[in-house]
Every structure is written in C-alpha cells, then in structure tokens.
Design a protein around this ligand. Structure first.
Ligand code: FES
Length: 276
C-alpha cells in the first residue's frame, strides 16, 4: 500500500468544500469515470474583482484524488483568478505534505480542473481548450497534455509520465510514442530499459511471475481498493482473477492489459493474461 501523509489522510477522511455550488460562475470538468478518475470543480467568483469567493468539488477517484481536489479548493479560495492560476500541481502535492509518486496524476487533475473552470469563466469553448493529438487511447491523454506535464514537472521517463497522467498505464501501446515525445522535448537519450531475464526454467518463470504480481502489481491495485489473484499459469498463459473494487469495474479490460504489460516487461514478451 502507498504511504500517505497525515494531511492526505485528513483531507481524504474529512474533505473540505465537497459538493456543488448552486448557480456557479465557473465549472471545470476533467477526467471521466470510464478512465477511473473524474473531477468537477464549481466556483463562485466576484465579477468586480475576479476573486474566487467559494469553491467546491465532486470527485470520483481514490483517496489521493479526493485529498488533492479538496486541497485545491482550499488553495484557491480568496485568490483572484490570475493568482489561482499560479498554483501548480506541485503546489497541490506540497500542500498535502507530498503524494506518492504513482498518485501525482491526482494533483495534475486538480490543476486541470482549475484551468477548465477558468476557461469556462472566460467563455473559452471546450473544443479549443482540449485540442491535441490523442496519444493514449486507454486514458484519453493527448500529446499536448503529455508535453505540458513533462515540461512543468521536469519528467524524462515514460514511467514518470504514467505517474503524472496515467498515459501508458493500460495496454502500453502508446509507450513508444510517449518515449518519442520525451526525446523530442529533452533531446535526450532515454535510459535503457532493464534487460529481461535470459532463458528461465519453468519453475524460475513461475516464481518470477508470482514475484512481479506481488511486488509490482498488487500494491498498485490495492491502493485504489482493488486486488488481483493469480489463479493458474499454463505455458505462456497467466490466468488471474480481479478482486475488490476491480471486480466488475468499467476499466477491467485496461487493468488486465496493464497486468499483461507489466509481466511482458519484466518476465517475457510471450506472456498472455486472461481473467477468470
Ligand atoms: S493506449 Fe496508452 S496505455 Fe493503452
């Protein structure tokens, strides 16, 4: 499980400013329930001074998403629109005493909701605000967003992009394109991927699959209230069962894809994962 700070726990268990403002002056909607996280931010704004008088949020997501959204509303209240726009996703994470690296996408979602609400207040059409080539189809992440988040947070690896945007965290097909975008931004030779183990015996292979599931996969799912159980291994086929919040989740196919992706990365390209 992730280590959450006391402040994250406090803002998750007793979130401030939860709900929706009646007749808001601005609404910022980001994410989607299909992608696992969604956030609606509503603002009451003094039109004379452009000061945010009230801010409320509704979110569908994990503990970090709730804590980050609540932190955002606390940070922006009593600030003008321009002052609020100076708040970065890192500021949201710092306000909470830090977030686990894998959960930084929650702070990014907060910052995006603020930008969406400000765009709504200024009457900027949604299509203009969201334009950009779609890179990650599993999580609906555009090239523009990857570039923006990478530059703002100094991210240089695909794993970091996944932590901050979720892109690449499903089937993994978009990873080469994310890598190309990072090369283009930083003109860097990205670190080589760890070499996969050479020829393994059947017993070594089974042990490695079990270890990867325990060490790399279960903690990530458990952090969001889900889990996975290894049911069987038949040749290249790994049979799993999703448990907890993962059972019947709309994102079950993406979760299975990401389990397969991780096993292919750390055990072998021939692995095929099926759910029971
Ligand atoms: S397309 Fe990006 S993870 Fe599937």
């Amino acid at each position: 499980m992730w280590e959450y700070t006391e402040k994250v726990k406090q803002f998750f268990l007793k979130p401030k400013n939860i709900g929706e403002i009646e007749n808001p002056d601005a609404v910022g909607d980001v994410g989607s329930i299909v992608c696992g996280d969604a956030l609606r931010l509503t603002l009451k704004i003094d039109k004379e001074t452009d000061k945010i008088i009230d801010a409320k949020f509704q979110t569908f997501g994990c503990a970090s998403a709730i804590a980050s959204s609540s932190a955002l509303t606390e940070l922006i209240k009593d600030k003008t629109i321009e002052e609020a726009l100076q708040i970065s996703n890192q500021d949201i994470a710092e306000f909470l005493g830090g977030l686990p690296q894998e959960k930084m996408h929650c702070s990014v979602m907060g910052r995006e909701a603020l930008e969406a609400a400000v765009a709504d207040y200024k009457g900027i059409p949604k299509e203009v605000e969201e334009e950009g080539k779609l890179v990650c189809k599993c999580f609906n992440v555009t090239e523009e967003k990857i570039r923006k988040v990478a530059i703002e947070n100094h991210l240089t690896t695909v794993d970091e992009i996944t932590d901050y945007t979720k892109a690449g965290g499903g089937c993994g097909e978009c990873k080469p394109e994310i890598e190309a975008i990072l090369r283009d931004i930083w003109s860097l030779k990205l670190p080589e991927k760890p070499a996969k183990p050479k020829k393994l015996t059947n017993l070594q292979r089974i042990a490695l699959i079990q270890e990867v599931i325990e060490r790399e996969i279960r903690p990530v799912l458990q952090a969001d209230g889900g889990d996975v159980e290894l049911i069987d291994i038949e040749g290249n086929k790994v049979v799993i069962a999703l448990r907890g919040m993962c059972t019947g989740c709309l994102m079950a196919d993406v979760t299975i894809g990401s389990v397969q992706n991780k096993l292919r990365e750390l055990v072998g390209d021939e692995i095929v994962v099926e759910a029971q």
